[in-house]
Ligand binder design. Structure first.
Ligand code: NAP
Ligand code: MG
Length: 405
């Protein structure tokens, strides 16, 4: 066997929970460690260790990504009441992804993993459509009132310096109804825009941004304006990369996306991104074929799968049953991180290895060897064969070995 490729910089590894933790180990042992020699800073974000460390481990991991620029994360449990009982937790710890997002001030981008034998529901789509969702404010940080009787609803802003408040009449209620207040901040919108321009340039794809500024002439218009300002800052770099920035209204964007061939980063406001990322995920085939990356405005990258810990499969695994859980998005989290590490360290052999691993994984599915979730959406063929997770990873390993040796 040829010499292992050497990763120069440090990779920050965030381990996780349940079935993804099981698959994570398999991927590392069979697809990475035999070929790559890497300096890893390891953080165990599995729920028992988060509980044991009073969740300090999550903050330490986030700080390590800030320091070393590239992280790779396994899926983790976000505790709820059931999990508190199941894991006998000290408290209901917050979502690790929320903590990481807050520390890195990042935006999440999702991209489908495409194979030739799983056709998107939308025939026009040939290349990935990446989604960037603004993960702050709007209806996700709202205040709501159920109006029970006639009355006046006003929007009031009281300046901190004590000057006169600004007031707007929202509605004179003649009877029962509903009322909602939402906000966003220039700082958050600008960081979102910067992360989108960074990611579009990184992926060398056109950037679209959409909102409804014809109706929302102050609120959505502020988003439009900030994106326009940022587009000026990125003009030269975009021109050099032969990519463009394009603004259009959300309804027009939806219509155009259906006719486009893909190869776009679509930057969406919070609610639009929530809805559209699920639509794209399902139209591209399977949640297990969707990768995800958190990008900070200063250019730190944290790669992961878009799916959760696949709890139901894990309970089967605990009973000793074999499962056909799909590790593709976890593999692509590692290859994404290795490619980024190679790019930053200027080590093309690391980028080349990551590409070989991706190809080996894609070719395995394309040869018909696949997990249960994929066979349901793949083009029917007599070659199609459902395998258990371990056999699937072994098939990828065999393909990879052929490429490398
Ligand atoms: P999930 O883990 O994404 O799984 C939902 C269902 O989708 C599974 O039951 C399975 O369907 C299918 N699926 C997802 N990933 C798959 C894969 N790799 N291979 C095959 N099938 C796959 O969501 P969940 O069950 O709602 O959440 C479980 C835990 O994950 C929760 O504790 C949640 O907090 C956590 N979570 C973490 C993250 C993250 O860390 N980024 C994201 C979301 C959720 P079938 O059962 O029909 O086979
Ligand atoms: Mg959603």
């Amino acid at each position: 066997m040829s010499k292992k490729v050497h990763v120069k910089g440090t990779l920050v590894e965030l381990d996780g929970d349940e079935m993804t933790r099981v698959m994570w180990k398999m991927v590392k042992e069979k697809l990475l460690l035999p070929y790559v020699d890497m300096e890893i800073e390891y953080f165990d974000l599995g729920l028992p260790n988060r509980d044991k460390t009073y969740d300090r481990v999550t903050l330490e991991a986030a700080e390590a990504i800030k320091k070393h620029w590239v992280g790779v994360k396994c899926a983790t449990i976000t505790p709820n009441k059931d999990r508190i009982k199941e894991y006998n937790l000290k408290k209901e710890w917050p979502s690790p992804n929320g903590t990481l997002r807050a520390v890195l001030d990042g935006t999440i981008f999702r991209s489908p993993i495409l194979v030739s034998n799983i056709l998107p529901t939308v025939k026009a789509w040939k290349k990935p459509i990446h989604i960037g969702r603004h993960a702050y404010g709007d209806v996700y940080k709202n205040q709501e009132i159920r109006v029970e009787q006639p009355g006046t609803a006003e929007l009031v802003f009281s300046p901190a310096d004590g000057s006169a408040p600004t007031k707007r009449l929202v509605h004179e209620f003649k009877g029962p109804g509903i009322l909602q207040g939402i906000h966003n901040t220039d700082d958050s919108i600008r960081k979102f825009a910067k992360a989108c321009f960074t990611y579009a340039l990184d992926q060398k794809v056109d950037l679209w941004f959409s909102d409804k500024d014809t109706i929302s002439k102050t609120y959505d218009s502020r988003f439009t304006q900030i994106f326009r300002e940022e587009s000026e800052n990125w003009k030269t770099e975009f021109e050099q990369a032969h990519i463009t920035y394009f603004f259009t209204l959300i309804d027009d964007a939806v219509a155009r996306i259906m006719r486009s061939e893909g190869g776009i980063l679509w930057a969406c406001k919070n609610y639009d991104g929530d809805v559209m990322s699920d639509m794209l995920g399902s139209a591209y085939g399977s949640l297990a074929m969707m990768s995800s990356v958190l990008v900070s405005p200063s250019g730190q990258f944290e790669y992961e799968a878009a799916h959760g810990t696949v709890q139901k499969h894990y309970y089967k695994h605990l009973k000793g049953e074999k499962t056909s859980s799909n590790p593709m998005a976890l593999i692509f989290a590692w290859t994404g991180a290795l490619k980024k590490r190679g790019e930053l360290d200027k080590t093309p052999d690391v980028v080349a290895f990551a590409q070989q691993l991706e190809n080996a994984a894609l070719e395995t599915v394309q040869s018909g060897v696949m997990t249960g979730d994929l066979v349901k959406v793949a083009v029917p063929s007599s070659n199609n064969k459902v395998v258990y997770t371990e056999e699937f990873v072994d098939a990828i390993a065999a393909n990879l070995r052929r490429k490398i040796d």
